[in-house]
Design a protein around this ligand. Structure first.
Ligand code: AMP
Length: 420
């Protein structure tokens, strides 16, 4: 009988070398600016109580109504694989009383997220994000800082095609009047039932409807920018001025809204035009009301989630080489049993000295072992047979030029360290 053949679930995929290493390098590069700006690392479980997301992300959002992996545990708890990172991190802040210490809190994280979306290029059911949150301040400098740090991460990877879109959706000072004006405008349009319902529940989200006919009918819709009160406007202007001072180019996009309910004031998105319809490589914004929504005190915050999968796709779209190290610098080729134990000790010493090294195993002959050496990506092979050992030397071969040199085994590790 044949064994059953298994495949990764629909909408998910395996990352095998060299894309595996590339993904690690992307996450590291996106996190590096955060770490050098004093953000502390936080790790939360990959599932949470379902109600956290229902309340935090918003009962009427696509994420909550259509995209969550929710289930009841054997113990009867309703839990959901996290579809996003902000609500869990804020939950952790409140639970661990971090907000009672020095503020603002600056936190970063990296991990897997899950959404039951229709899979397509750049849209998966399991994806990876690097995220950051600044909690406990309304200062627009934090909004600007996050945007700058994300841009620096994309830049460090060599990306040149990431555009920065910035908007504000105002606070309670401005949004009620805008919401009413937008609603009035939208009610005057000929909309399908579902969209008409959305107009009543969350009219701002209609602005995000990608259908061309809807976009066309939104041409004359009122813009938030015309409804901003003085403090919302000042906040937004400061964010923009700080970005300009930091040399970050951005585009004002007064129609930018995002699919999560918790945002207030600043919204931003990073888009790449080489990605087709799933063009957002990251996004975020301010969420001054979220802590209260999930049962905490009033605690302002701002954050982002950067999509590592799409960042890697964007690099490929720009023709950048895959980042990340694969392979080793030195590959040992022992000929015979005695040489095999010697080579094992050699690569152990090399690795402990910080030289990436590997060796041929399984008693391979010279030809097969040299092939393995080439495949390993090593610059140097150390070929050693019983006779070499008797003479106290090993043959160091430059795999690019083919040049070979006998080197005393005593000084070999130092010699190789110098070479690589
Ligand atoms: P969001 O919170 O939905 O704006 O997500 C933040 C970022 O995560 C997006 O800009 C994408 O880069 C990435 N992302 C979100 N959903 C997916 C998905 N289903 N597949 C791949 N990446 C995603």
């Amino acid at each position: 009988m044949n064994a059953p053949s298994f495949r990764a679930p629909r909408g998910t995929f395996d990352l095998v070398s060299p894309r595996g290493e590339a993904m690690l390098a992307v996450r590291d590069a996106l996190a590096a600016p955060l770490r050098s700006a004093g953000y502390g690392y936080v790790e939360t479980p990959s599932f949470e109580e379902t109600a956290l997301f229902a309340r935090g992300v918003g009962e009427s959002t696509d994420i909550v109504t259509k995209e969550m992996y929710s289930f009841t545990t054997r113990g009867g708890d309703d839990v959901t694989l996290r579809p996003e990172g902000t609500a869990p991190v804020l939950r952790a802040v409140l639970e661990n009383n971090l907000h009672r210490g020095a503020l603002p809190l600056k936190l970063w994280y990296s991990g897997s997220y899950y959404r039951y979306e229709r899979p397509q290029k750049g849209r998966y059911r399991h994806f990876s994000q690097v995220g950051a949150e600044v909690v406990g301040t309304e200062d627009p400098a934090s909004d600007a800082e996050l945007i700058v740090l994300a841009v620096d991460g994309y830049r460090a990877l060599g990306l040149t095609g990431v555009r920065v879109l910035v908007n504000t959706i105002g606070s309670n000072e401005s949004r009620p009047a805008y919401r009413a004006a937008l609603q009035e405008y939208l009610r005057g349009l000929d909309l399908d039932e579902e969209t008409a319902r959305r107009v009543e529940i969350n009219p701002l989200r209609v602005l995000d409807d990608k259908r061309p006919e809807i976009q066309k009918s939104l041409a004359e819709a009122p813009l938030i920018t015309d409804f901003l009160g003085p403090s919302d406007r000042a906040h937004h202007d400061t964010v923009r001025a700080l970005l300009t001072a930091a040399g970050v180019e951005f585009e004002d996009d007064p129609r930018l809204v995002r699919g999560l309910d918790y945002y207030t004031r600043t919204l931003f998105e990073f888009v790449h035009d080489g990605l087709g319809s799933q063009s957002a490589v990251g996004g975020g914004g301010r969420y001054d009301g979220l802590a209260e929504v999930i049962g905490g005190p009033s605690l302002p915050g701002v954050g982002f989630g950067l999509g590592a999968d799409r960042t890697l796709l964007a690099m490929e779209a720009e023709g950048l080489p895959l980042p990340g190290r694969t392979g080793v610098d030195v590959f040992a080729v022992p000929l015979g049993a005695e040489a095999a134990s010697w080579a094992f000790a050699l690569v152990t010493s090399l690795r402990r000295e910080g030289v990436a090294a590997d060796l041929a195993t399984g008693g391979r002959g010279l030809k097969g072992a040299m092939k393995a050496a080439d495949r390993s990506g090593a610059k140097y092979a150390v070929v050693v047979g019983e006779r070499d050992l008797d003479e106290g030397v090993a043959q160091v071969k430059d795999l690019a030029t083919g040049e070979q040199q006998a080197v005393s085994v005593n000084g070999l590790v130092t010699h190789l360290k110098r070479l690589v």
